[in-house]
Design a protein around this ligand. Sequence first.
Ligand code: GTP
Ligand code: MG
Ligand code: ZN
Length: 291
Amino acid sequence: MGEGTIIAGVSSFYDVYQQGAVTRCKARGLFRKENITPVIGDHVRFSDQGYLEEILPRKNQLVRPAAANVDQVVVVFAIKNPNPHYPLLDRFLVESAQQSIQAVICLNKWDLKEDDQADEMTAVYESAGYQVIHTSAYLKEGIAELRQLLEGKVTVFTGPSGAGKSSLLNAVDSRLVLQTGQLSEKVQRGRNTTRHAKLIPLDSGNGFVADTPGFTSLHLEHIPYPDLGQYYPEFLPWLGDCRFTGCSHISEPDCGVKLGVRRGEISAQRYDSYSELYQEIRREQESNRWK
Ligand SMILES: Nc1nc2c(ncn2[C@@H]2O[C@H](COP(=O)(O)OP(=O)(O)OP(=O)(O)O)[C@@H](O)[C@H]2O)c(=O)[nH]1
Ligand SMILES: [Mg+2]
Ligand SMILES: [Zn+2]
């Protein structure tokens, strides 16, 4: 019997990493019956015959990208090509916060900077309480800072296709030759170059980092809509000022969050993206209730 960490899974095979060695294992029907799908980051026991026998309890679990036992998420967005869609960034941050996973924002392709927009966004997210780092995989800028962030942790890289996740990891660890891809000419979108999530052991031997396929939208229907406000860290100091318990921070009077926005302490852009997401997941969850 061995014990290790799942670093990759394709169809029903899983690669399990244990002190530098990788064993390809097959999942038994057992997991399917219990409705558990093994994911990267899972701590597992496996038999000498190469079968996964047991998934050890998870400390947390990301739904998209699917990963377990994650210490940190690095959300990578390009400041240009493809142009950043900040409401999507907020969704990645909510997904991490809901699992109590620390998120760091990485604004990549800093070499393409032409105006102040990326600086303004940096200020918005820093004042919301996030660490924001600026990188260029192309000029190898900010790479040392990124490498330092990863040390000793299990980190998942996420973000839209074409943002530069795989390029950054290649820059962080010179042993890596992850495939990277051109953007499509017409719409400057990524082409989903990375197909499968993969957990990579750091060369220091202490920690892992996951390269994952990018996506261009993220549905958060698994997050109960009344909880959403808790996952915007800058809302927290204002929640005590809401007159109504269970305030949605949208239509009620005497709302602390709206007061925070009026006073300029909460960014209007972040508030608008909250409000849009709240209404979207509420609609979905209320219509599902009657199904
Ligand atoms: N100018 C510039 N281009 C970059 C930078 N980082 C990556 N690129 C380019 O952006 C394109 C996409 O990079 P990838 O690393 O494949 O992006 P990805 O996030 O892994 O994309 P998916 O695997 O599809 O999710 C490639 O053509 C890279 O060369 C950067 O810092 N500056
Ligand atoms: Mg990639
Ligand atoms: Zn409120």
